[in-house]
Design a protein around this ligand. Structure first.
Ligand code: BG6
Length: 485
């Protein structure tokens, strides 16, 4: 559906990695699908290219390769390129912002400023925009990482908040833009079937995994100062957790949804530093083999310190202190260079209270819902059924819903959805400041404790992380999904 919201989309960091891999391809897809207002313009801002011709050449050389698996439609590409203007800008030069304002004079007045830059530039860019009056009628998009800890995140939010009102600020967490995450909301709140069971009386435990096969790629320097807890847990995993655990919102408007997510984040049981070794496992990958290819140890990756104590794997046991979830363990896990690329949510239901059908029906997890976010989007419901033949022997069976087979068209990448939301002024899938603060507050004791002592446990690349992550679940009489026989 084409939006009638005209826009000027200003892309800071226009020649950066994120612009090349995600933002420009997503804008192209939206354009190709006819979802952008015809008058909408993109103004790329960068230091490196001299002029528009140079920039378009860069786009042709670097962005095209990242566009759609289905290949580029040359006509659509040409009309997409025609939307792009370019402003060479040195952030340290106030005059250049006057140039930017002048370049935008005749462009649509509804403005989106996308800061695809490092967080240290967020505040200087916002101040410079305000100095030339460009903060009015504007939305600002901030990419993660938004700070390094609660203090630095507050400092950025305070400074940006002096220039932009909270309703103008779009903090991106691209996991919220993934189709299956939307589907989780549909599953929970659009059906009568699951919600009555979605609570401590019926749920024994929940697992949320985001596993990657990739290592740190070209980002060793950034990652070594960040680690998995900041890179994945503080944002993506806690956001997924809040969507899994939240109460039904009154409506899908942005604040109703975000209020409910915030309640979950504020109800996370604070981690007592003395308990961390029992509730949290950190690991770092060593060399190993993934899909038949040898991969190097983290500590030998470019940009990484050889004696690095940065974690590339985290597993946590989390509890939510409210009536719905009291006592139910939520096991969160993420890591690089693991055995598979998979993101999924596993809801293990309790066993039946009494089985007239033998002991196999008394196993927790015999009823289980597995919501797979990637690589392929599926929902799988496990039940017990009678094995054919003589006697009453039960066996696990499952019902599958594969979304790409059911809905053959209309799939949308996370960035495309989120960019369209920004252009159309929809905030529901963006992180509000108070959510972000609550998440930082919760992870900080772990960050502090880990910084103060010990080192991550080693794991071989191509495995599922340190054995301690399995031991943590074993204490609760359960195991990670892939460890089921
Ligand atoms: C990013 C992290 O936010 O998410 C990366 O910075 C990580 O380290 C990526 O690889 C994972 O996203 P996805 O969508 O590929 O699962």
């Amino acid at each position: 559906m084409q939006t009638d919201s005209s826009f000027t989309f200003v892309l800071f960091g226009g020649t950066g990695d994120l612009s090349m891999r995600k933002i420009l391809p997503a804008l192209y897809e939206a354009h190709r699908a006819g979802m952008l207002a015809a008058s909408g313009k993109i103004v790329a801002v960068a230091r490196h290219e001299e002029d528009r011709d140079g920039y378009l050449q860069w786009v042709n050389e670097h962005v095209k390769a990242h566009v759609a698996k289905s290949g580029v439609d040359e006509n659509a590409w040409a009309s997409f390129i025609a939307r792009i203007e370019y402003v060479k800008l040195d952030l340290g030069n106030a005059e250049d912002f006057v140039k930017l304002r002048d370049a935008m004079q005749d462009l649509p007045s509804s403005r989106v400023f996308y800061l695809a830059t490092g967080p240290s530039l967020f505040v200087p860019i916002c101040r410079a925009l305000a100095s030339v009056g460009l903060n009015e009628h504007a939305r600002i998009v901030l990419e993660k990482p938004l700070g390094y800890d609660l203090r630095s995140s507050n400092a950025i939010n305070d400074a940006v908040g002096e220039i932009f009102a909270e309703e103008q600020i779009y903090r991106i967490d691209h996991y919220l833009g993934k189709e299956p995450v939307q589907n989780l909301l549909a599953l929970r709140f659009g059906n009568a079937l699951f919600e009555p069971l979605w609570r401590r009386e019926w749920v024994e435990s929940i697992q949320i995994t985001i596993a990657e096969e990739l290592g740190v790629e070209a980002r060793g320097d950034f990652y070594d100062n960040t680690g998995a807890l900041r890179d994945m847990v503080q944002n993506h995993l806690l956001q997924l957790l809040s969507i899994v655990a939240m109460e039904p919102p009154h409506s899908m408007d942005s604040d109703s949804v975000r209020d409910e997510k915030l309640r979950v984040l504020r109800a996370l049981k604070p981690i007592d530093p003395r308990e961390i070794s029992r509730l949290a496992v950190r690991g770092q990958y060593h060399s190993g083999v993934i899909r038949g290819t040898s991969v190097p140890a983290y500590a030998t990756e470019p940009g990484v310190k050889t004696d690095s104590a940065t974690e590339t794997f985290v597993a946590l046991k989390v509890e939510i202190e409210n009536w719905r979830w009291a006592g139910v363990p939520f096991f969160l896990r993420t890591g690089k260079r693991l055995a598979d690329r998979v993101a999924e949510i596993v809801v293990n239901f309790r066993a039946v209270p009494h089985s007239a059908l033998g002991a196999s029906a008394l196993r927790a997890g015999a009823n289980r819902l597995v919501i797979r976010l990637q690589p392929n989007e599926t929902i799988r419901l496990y039940c017990l059924a009678k094995k054919p033949g003589e006697g009453m022997n039960l066996s696990s069976v499952h019902l599958d819903l594969a979304f790409d087979q059911f809905f053959k068209e209309g799939q949308m990448e996370a960035y495309q959805r989120l960019l369209l939301d920004v252009i159309n002024g929809r905030l529901a899938l963006f992180v509000r400041r108070d959510e972000q603060e609550a998440a930082w507050k919760w992870v900080e004791p772990i960050l502090n404790e880990w910084a103060a002592s010990g080192k991550p446990k080693p794991y071989a690349a191509g495995t599922w992380g340190p054995a301690a992550a399995s031991a943590m679940l074993a204490q609760h009489g359960t195991c990670w999904l892939e460890e089921e026989n």
